[in-house]
Design a protein around this ligand. Structure first.
Ligand SMILES: *Cc1c(COP(=O)(O)O)cnc(C)c1O
Length: 254
């Protein structure tokens, strides 16, 4: 495929997603400027990410620290490009993540919070973080069980380099809306509860939920960030089980 046509496919995919986001916001009586599109770039190579940058994208969501770090180093020449880590963090990778990640959406343990905080303090950096919640009850997914989130969030002010901004979830993988939607509802209701008794310094504005197959439903339930990979960059060559350990399900059709 020529460079030109791959850029134009990317450009038309992005335009189509933005149109769908706007339409979903209109149906929900929401302002489209309140929904952030986070492009998810795992497995996508540097050349295509440079095309995406040329089209105006300034943040990229990556699932794994090592892949994200390699890309961030290769593209260090691009000003204002933010890297958002959306996958589970092993504590031994906190040191690397603390150097270049601008936002971490998958915080789900005090060990990870402590490891990140220590590394960030050393580097004089701060990090926006979202707490990942397992709203689907699937054993294969990372994230805290909903009933543990309130107590968890109460402990976070101890980590002063972490700026807590809200919650993130992956819904159940299903074509059945009646199974997917309750996951988003659960995250929204949890945020309302947390807003009532959030500790000082903890802001609960963000709801990162919704992917290529379900972002319109997530917007209807209040998503402030939707994380979209396949619908922007096309199908991935690597099965998602490589990114979500234990994940055996087929990808949802777009
Ligand atoms: C890969 C990934 C996405 C994007 O998934 P698509 O179905 O390709 O849009 C969103 N969130 C997380 C945590 C991911 O790992």
């Amino acid at each position: 495929m020529s460079e030109h046509s791959s850029t134009s496919i990317l450009s038309s995919n992005l335009a189509a997603i933005r149109t769908r986001i706007t339409a979903a916001c209109e149906r929900a009586g929401r302002d489209p400027s309140q929904v952030r599109l986070l492009p998810v770039s795992k497995t996508v190579d540097e050349a295509r990410l440079r095309d995406a940058y040329a089209l105006g994208l300034r943040e990229l969501g990556e699932n794994k620290v090592q892949e994200a770090q390699a890309k961030s180093e290769a593209m260090a020449d691009l000003p204002e490009l933010r890297w958002v880590l959306i996958g589970h963090l092993q504590t031994n990778k906190a040191k690397y993540a603390a150097r270049f990640v601008s936002e971490f959406q998958a915080l789900d343990s005090l060990r990870a919070a402590a490891a990140l905080d220590t590394q960030l303090q050393k580097q004089g950096r701060a990090l926006d973080v979202l707490v990942q919640v397992n709203t689907s009850g699937e054993a294969s997914k990372f994230g805290l069980p909903p009933e543990e989130v309130v107590a968890f969030v109460r402990q976070l002010p101890a980590f002063s380099a972490l700026r807590v901004r809200g919650l993130m979830t992956l819904a159940l993988f299903s074509d059945d809306e009646s199974k997917v939607r309750p996951c988003f509802v659960r995250l929204r209701e949890l945020r309302e509860r947390l807003r009532q008794d959030a500790p000082d310094g903890i802001v609960m504005d963000e709801l990162s939920m919704g992917m290529s197959g379900d972002f319109e439903l997530a917007i209807a339930e209040g998503a402030t960030t939707v994380r979209v990979g396949t619908a922007i960059f096309g199908h991935r060559p690597t099965p998602d089980s490589a990114y979500w350990p234990g994940f055996a399900g087929a990808q949802k059709p777009i």
